[in-house]
Design a protein around this ligand. Structure first.
Ligand code: IMP
Length: 197
């Protein structure tokens, strides 16, 4: 039987990517829980926010819980939007407003290097078991390219490629993304004998 993991997020795109990458596990979303709370992301780092989400959800179930906190860091913007990536333009999860704001902020900047970062926390029964991180370097394009993916994917081209993550599509993105790099650590950790029952 596959090991069950509950992903502590309402972002269906994240769940889809995690499910595709952790194919050896049964990856469930929050709909398996009865009325899970909205967890406020009050942390100042990806690790703090990932920990808040994993702990809050793991109090509600005996299952293993995985949380993902992630975002985009743009060098010429001093690392913004960073932990505020999902609410950069003010409204949580509004990808198109966030992308418009990013393009406005980048106006006139010739230095366009950036990276996506992802921190994943595993928790069970109100205890953190382990954390993992991953990053992918790239740059911010001059305009949106492609329709796949989510978030800032249409504006982010990984190093060495002219195409955005939204053009490259899920399979190629999942072979190199911040999330897949963090999840490699998760898969290795879960496969070590004795880490979990
Ligand atoms: P979180 O739910 O607080 O972790 O917010 C993550 C936000 O970072 C998302 O709403 C996106 O704006 C951005 N983000 C994180 N990972 C990705 C990705 O793989 N592609 C595009 N945007 C991402």
């Amino acid at each position: 039987m596959k090991q069950r993991l509950i992903v502590a997020t309402r972002n269906a795109h994240k769940v889809g990517e995690i499910r595709a990458i952790l194919s050896a596990f049964e990856v469930l979303d929050l709909s398996v829980l009865n009325d899970p709370p909205e967890v406020e992301e009050t942390g100042k780092t990806f690790l703090e926010n990932a920990t808040l989400k994993a702990l809050a959800i793991s109090e509600l179930t005996d299952a293993l819980v995985l949380s993902d906190d992630s975002g985009l860091e743009v060098d010429s913007l001093g690392g913004d939007p960073g932990v505020y990536s999902s609410r950069y333009a003010g409204e949580d999860g509004n990808d198109s407003l966030n992308n418009e704001k990013l393009l406005r902020e980048m106006d006139g900047h010739s230095e366009r290097t950036a990276r996506f970062r992802c921190v994943i926390v595993l928790a069970r029964g109100g205890n953190v078991l382990a954390d993992f991180s991953g990053a992918v370097e790239g740059r911010i394009l001059q305009k949106k390219q492609g329709r796949r993916g989510f978030g800032y994917d249409p504006l982010f081209a990984p190093e060495g490629d002219k195409r955005s993550f939204a053009e490259l599509g899920e399979e190629i993105k999942n072979g190199m993304s911040h999330r897949s790099r963090a999840l490699e650590g998760v898969a290795d950790w879960l496969c070590q004998p004795g880490e979990i029952d």
